[in-house]
Design a protein around this ligand. Sequence first.
Ligand code: 4AD
Ligand code: MG
Length: 462
Amino acid sequence: MAIMSVAAARRAEAIGRTVTVRGWVRTRRDAKGFSFLELNDGSSQGNLQVIADQSLSNYADEIASLATGSSISVEGEVVASGGGKQPTELKATRVVVYGGADPETYPLQKKRHTYEKLREWAHLRPRTNTFGGVMRVRNRLARSIHDFFQEDGFLYVNTPIITSSDCEGAGAMFRVTTLDLDKPPRVEGKIDASRDFFGKPTFLTVSGQLEAEIFACSLGKVYTFGPTFRAENSNTSRHLAEFWMIEPEMAFYDLNDNMELAERFLKRLIGDALRDCAEDMQFFDQWVEKGQIELLQGIVDKPFIRLPYTEAIGILESCGRTFEYPVSWGMDLQSEHERYLTETHFQAPVILHDYPRSLKPFYMYCNDDGRTVRAMDVLVPKVGEIIGGSQREDRLDVLEARMKEQGLEPADYWWYLDLRRYGSVPHAGFGLGFERIVQFVTGMGNIRDVIPCPRTPGSAEF
Ligand code: 4AD
Ligand code: MG
């Protein structure tokens, strides 16, 4: 007998077919002589209504007492629904019960729990409407990311997770070691990293960019899509210690090309989610963030604002608002400033570019003004920074000088410098935080609720 998903069995085309559907019981309602079971298998936001008649052999023993959370398989005919919102229902001819769920202890009963509470049950929360929807949107976005780049001639490259170089220079890296932490080998009082597994200090990567540049400078247009790790102690609704990043890197691109690509990319991702996750997006619009669909549609339809950092400072200084962090040229914009620009002043995504060089990592292209670099950050309402990128410094002498300025040893980056020594080209790229785009599309307020297993300071359950 054909096995069918709940999503497929809910469509009118399924009417008249005899199928098996398998999943978890959301609710059971009893009427005279039969029961309604709401069944969900993760394939759609909506449930399939199953009608189980008392003539079924295990009705009295099993079906009539089925609890929320139980797993079952149902054979039967898909029929036109007698009423209600969905076009179909399943008239059961056989119900097999796999596993029960004690209502005294199973946490996901009818009551709506807070997201904080659900984080404690991260292993069960995908069975809720919200997290099922988040995971389906996340999946759609991942697929669109590959589609977008593949259709545009980009090559997918996998950059290392264990690395000895610090790309962002922020020092927020997790150390990777096999040394005995209770008695590490020492020379002159310091830990002897030459006796570690790789013969030198190694870390979990904060970004695949430096390695992606190798492949852009040989294959043209590439992108990475992988996990990255940051040991910064920031307990915010937008930071994770382990998150996924998409990093395109393109030879012969300048900052304008980079901005154009970033805008086209984000619009494609949002447009695909609106079209292909319509039911889930309706759910988010209704239950998570009112007006979410309209906000996203507006972003797809309107051009992004492009604004030099220096002009942004001017706007913030003269806007009449008092910020917690006072504004002056050279400062790192805080989330309150970014959000003012994108949510209040422009009410649109803003690509801020040409930041002060003192704020940005060594690899960004230095402008002739001596004060700024060709950096760009894409800011969106509610989330703030969603993309960070730049044109890369492709001049050997300038790059070496910048490294020294930032206290880096050029010899440690000899291979990176070689890319400027042999056939150097202008190139550019950016990083999109995957969880930030999932957050932005779903409207979820906390980044911990858009990743399967959130890792944050003090928390890494299973
Ligand atoms: O701005 P970032 O630090 O840029 C880079 O790492 C560059 N190497 C990217 C490149 O040019 N190839 O990080 C890029 C994006 C941010 O805009 C943000 O969306 C996300 O990664 N991000 C985080 N997401 C979740 N938790 C964190 N702790 C994040 N830190 C950055
Ligand atoms: Mg950044």
